[in-house]
Design a protein around this ligand. Structure first.
Ligand SMILES: *Cc1c(COP(=O)(O)O)cnc(C)c1O
Length: 368
C-alpha cells in the first residue's frame, strides 16, 4: 500500500465544481488582485477567528513581516521566538531588520516555554512571537502575562493552527495579532500562496493593509514606502469556499490522530499530547522515537511517506550563524529535532491507511 504524506488532489477533486465556479466568477469580474472576493474572505475569516479585522496578504511570511513592520519593529530591535519552527517565523523578523532571539520549547507540547521568556527580555525587545506548532496553541496565558508586565506585544504565529483553540478561544484572537498561512498544505490552504493577519486593533489592521499595498489606501496616494504583498482575488474566493469545510476537516484530522494514538499506544514511541488548555487541530501528527532515521527508512520501504518538522533548529542553520548560537543552547529543541517524525495525516485519510502505517510502525519497532 502507498500512503502519501498528504493528499491535496482528492480534496480538491471533491470541490472541483465549487472551485471552478470561483474561477468563473473571478474571470467575469476580472478582479484579480484584492477586490470583492478577498474582502468577503477577510470578513468571513475575521468572524471565524472571533476577531474584528482580517487583512489578507500573499503568504504567512508576509503576514508576520507586515505585522512586525506595522508595529514599528526595525533595526536594533529584538524579537523573541523559538528555534523549533519553520524558518519563516525568524525570516520575518530579519526582514524588518530586527534580531531573532530564541528561547527553548516545552518538551511535552513543542511550543515556547513560558518559564524561559523573562530571561530573554532586554531593553530592545519589541515583540514576542510564540508559534502554535503542529496545530496546538502555545500556552498563551503565561506568555501574555509576562508580555503585559513588560509592555511587549505578542504576535501569534498561527500558520499551523487554523481553528485551534486555547481555553475555548480561537488561535489568532489571543495576541495583538494572529498570522496565518494559506499555503496549500496548511489546514486551510489556497490554490497557490496566501496569508492573513487577524486583529482587534483597527489602527494596526489599517497599517498592515497599507503595508501590503505600497503604503496606500487610495490608489497613487502613498503615505509611506510599503510593499506589494496583496492577496489575489482568486485565492480569496477559493479560501471562502474552503473555509466552510475547515471545521469538518479539522474534526477528521482529530479522528485520524485518535486512531493513531490508540494504535501506537503499545509501542515505545511518544505520541502527541493534547494539553488540557488546547483543542488541537493536528496540522501534523508528530511522534518521537530513539531510532527515527531507521524508522523513517522502514516506512519509506513500505510505501509510507513521512516528514521531519523540523530536522535542523533555526539557531543551528547557516542562515542564522551570525547570531552566534551553538549546539547545546536549546537542549529541548535539539533533542526534539533529532527524534521527531511526522506521520501521514490529512482529511479523508482512510481508516485502512492509518492502520497500515500503524502496522508498519509495529513491525519496525519489533524488528529494531
Ligand atoms: C507555513 C508557515 C509559515 C509561513 O507561511 P508561508 O505562507 O509559507 O509563507 C510561517 N510559520 C509557520 C510556523 C509555518 O508553518
Amino acid at each position: 500500500m502507498k500512503v502519501p504524506f498528504l493528499d491535496l488532489k482528492s480534496l480538491h477533486h471533491e470541490l472541483k465544481d465549487e472551485l471552478l465556479e470561483v474561477f468563473h466568477r473571478v474571470l467575469h469580474t476580472s478582479a484579480f488582485v484584492l477586490g470583492p472576493e478577498v474582502k468577503n474572505f477577510e470578513q468571513e475569516f475575521a468572524t471565524y477567528t472571533s476577531t474584528d479585522h482580517c487583512v489578507a496578504v500573499n503568504s504567512g511570511t508576509a503576514a508576520l513581516h507586515l505585522t512586525l513592520a506595522a508595529l514599528g519593529v526595525g533595526p536594533g530591535d529584538e524579537v523573541i521566538t523559538v528555534a523549533h519552527t519553520f524558518i519563516a517565523t525568524a525570516e520575518a523578523i530579519s526582514a524588518v531588520g530586527a534580531k531573532p532571539v530564541f528561547v527553548d520549547i516545552s518538551a511535552d507540547c513543542y511550543t515556547m516555554d513560558p518559564a524561559l521568556i523573562e530571561a530573554a527580555i532586554t531593553s530592545r525587545t519589541r515583540a514576542i512571537v510564540p508559534v502554535h506548532l503542529y496545530g496546538q496553541v502555545a500556552d498563551m496565558d503565561p506568555i501574555l502575562a509576562i508580555a503585559d508586565r513588560h509592555g511587549i506585544p505578542v504576535i501569534e504565529d498561527a500558520c499551523q493552527a487554523h481553528g485551534a483553540l486555547y481555553k475555548g478561544r480561537k488561535a489568532g484572537s489571543l495576541g495583538v495579532a494572529g498570522c496565518f498561512s494559506f499555503y496549500p498544505g496548511k489546514n486551510l490552504g489556497a490554490c497557490g500562496e496566501g496569508g492573513a493577519v487577524t486583529t482587534n486593533d483597527e489602527a494596526l489592521a489599517q497599517k498592515i493593509a497599507m503595508w501590503r499595498d505600497h503604503g496606500s489606501v487610495k490608489k497613487y496616494e502613498h503615505h509611506f514606502p510599503g510593499l506589494n504583498l496583496r492577496m489575489e482575488g482568486l485565492q480569496g474566493g477559493v479560501l471562502s469556499t474552503k473555509l466552510k469545510y475547515l471545521d469538518g476537516w479539522n474534526q477528521q484530522r482529530r479522528e485520524v490522530a485518535a486512531q493513531y494514538d490508540a494504535a501506537l499506544a503499545p509501542l515505545g514511541v511518544l505520541t502527541p499530547a493534547e494539553m488540557e488548555y488546547a483543542h488541537h487541530v493536528y496540522h501534523l501528527y508528530v511522534i518521537e522515537t530513539d531510532n527515527r532515521d531507521q524508522l523513517r527508512q522502514q516506512l519509506s520501504d513500505a510505501g509510507v511517506e513521512s516528514g521531519l518538522h523540523y530536522p535542523i533548529p533555526l539557531h543551528l542553520q547557516d542562515a542564522y550563524s551570525s547570531l552566534g548560537y551553538k549546539c547545546g543552547d536549546f537542549p529541548v529543541t535539539e533533542r526534539a529535532a533529532s527524534r521527531i517524525l511526522s506521520l501521514p495525516l490529512y482529511p479523508g485519510m482512510s481508516h485502512e491507511a492509518v492502520a497500515y502505517v500503524a502496522a508498519e510502525l509495529h513491525e519496525s519497532c519489533h524488528v529494531s
